[in-house]
Design a binder for this molecule. Structure first.
Ligand SMILES: Cc1cc2nc3c(=O)[nH]c(=O)nc-3n(C[C@H](O)[C@H](O)[C@H](O)COP(=O)(O)O)c2cc1C
Length: 342
């Protein structure tokens, strides 16, 4: 199923834990960063580390078809599997599956504040139990894969750098050397997950301070990094940055970032990205219904005069046609956007 990257793979490195290179990552986003979205983002951003959506360990170790959750296209690498759960034994088994599928690393979700996730005792509420987080990370590390944790600054209205540093110290007493920090608290009561991504105040300085206090650990900064100047200002203070919503809504932002950070010489061109995506849809054929891909392409012309027309065009994709068919049948409309079927 791997349709290649038209020569773009040469730029891909594997900058994960243990490697001192700085990382540019795209955040795990449930319902958004599925494999088709990731493939599209990879075409735009050859140097970034991609993350899966969070997958609960029980779906992998108890479910009948882990393949459904774990399958990916080789070009998506470096690709990290994000896991949710609180059972070290299930984590260990899930990480072995991840290793066998060829993932680049595994990451533990300690940031999701949803009530469903709280009821399952995982996500952000694990910040209350650093010893358990350490145990889980150690279980993941048994697979031999690089491990990391994605967490918040703290919980609810309690803003306390000392507690955050204590969390990091306790987790780092085990195998974890890589911390991805969504630089705001998670409020477990009274805020939806979406509001939890905007209302609790961002404190990027705390992540830079963690780097100063724990120079031997890797800290990746996440949260609100939605312009090139914001990223440039933080880049030297941490070991990497992770971009979430901006990467999804404005995917070409990633190529701007790669350029600004000196990770590529020329920007990704829409026509080339589209040509590679078209090849991907043809590899998939009927197994890829058009809306499963087109729903991730809405931001492809973000900020351009044709952005609305592009979204309207994508809205015409029908579930009973494949993505390849949809594009093939609409060559005239694609031409209006400077895209060809070549
Ligand atoms: C639709 C959506 C789904 C998300 N799902 C996850 C998830 O599965 N795991 C996770 O750790 N964070 C998840 N997040 C949080 C993001 O990874 C990220 O931490 C957050 O959006 C802040 O980064 P940003 O300001 O760059 O978007 C999600 C965010 C969004 C918008």
């Amino acid at each position: 199923m791997d349709s290649g990257l038209f020569g773009m793979t040469a730029v891909v490195s594997a900058p994960l834990a243990g490697n001192s290179a700085k990382t540019l990552s795209v955040a795990p986003m449930l319902d958004w960063t599925d494999r088709h979205c990731r493939y599209f983002l990879r075409l735009i951003c050859p140097s970034c580390v991609l993350y899966t959506e969070m997958i609960h360990t029980s779906a992998l170790v108890l479910g009948k078809s882990p393949e459904r959750y774990l399958a990916f296209t080789a070009a998506e690498q470096p690709l990290v599997l994000q896991l949710g759960g609180d059972d070290p034994e299930a984590m260990a088994r899930a990480a072995i599956l991840a290793r066998d599928y060829g993932y680049t690393g595994v990451n533990l979700n300690v940031g999701c504040p949803s009530t469903r996730v709280q009821r399952g005792n995982f996500g952000a509420c694990l910040m209350l139990t650093p010893a358990l987080v350490r145990e889980i990370i150690d279980a993941l590390a048994g697979s031999g894969l690089p491990v990391s944790v994605k967490h918040r600054l703290g919980l609810d209205r309690q803003e306390d750098y000392g507690q955050l540093a204590d969390f990091v110290a306790q987790v780092a007493a085990g195998s974890c050397r890589h911390f991805v920090v969504h630089a705001r608290n998670a409020w477990l009561r009274g805020l939806s997950p979406a509001a939890n991504r905007t209302i609790p105040p961002l404190r990027w300085d705390w992540v830079a301070r963690l780097k100063e206090d724990f120079p031997g650990l890797r800290f990746e900064l996440n949260g609100g990094l939605d312009t090139v100047p914001k990223v440039e200002a933080q880049w030297s203070r941490v070991d990497g940055v992770m971009i979430g919503r901006a990467a999804y809504h404005r995917p070409l932002f990633l190529t701007e970032l790669e350029l600004a950070l000196g990770r590529r010489q020329a920007p990704a061109r829409r026509a080339e990205v589209f040509a590679a995506l078209l090849a991907y849809t043809e590899d998939w054929g009927a197994a890829l219904p058009a809306p499963r891909l087109t729903r991730h392409l809405h931001g492809f012309f973000f900020g351009e005069p044709g952005a609305n027309a592009w979204r309207q065009f994508l809205g015409c994709a029908r579930p009973d046609q494949s993505a390849a068919q949809f594009f093939r049948e609409n060559s005239a409309r694609l031409a209006q956007f400077g895209l060809t079927l070549a």
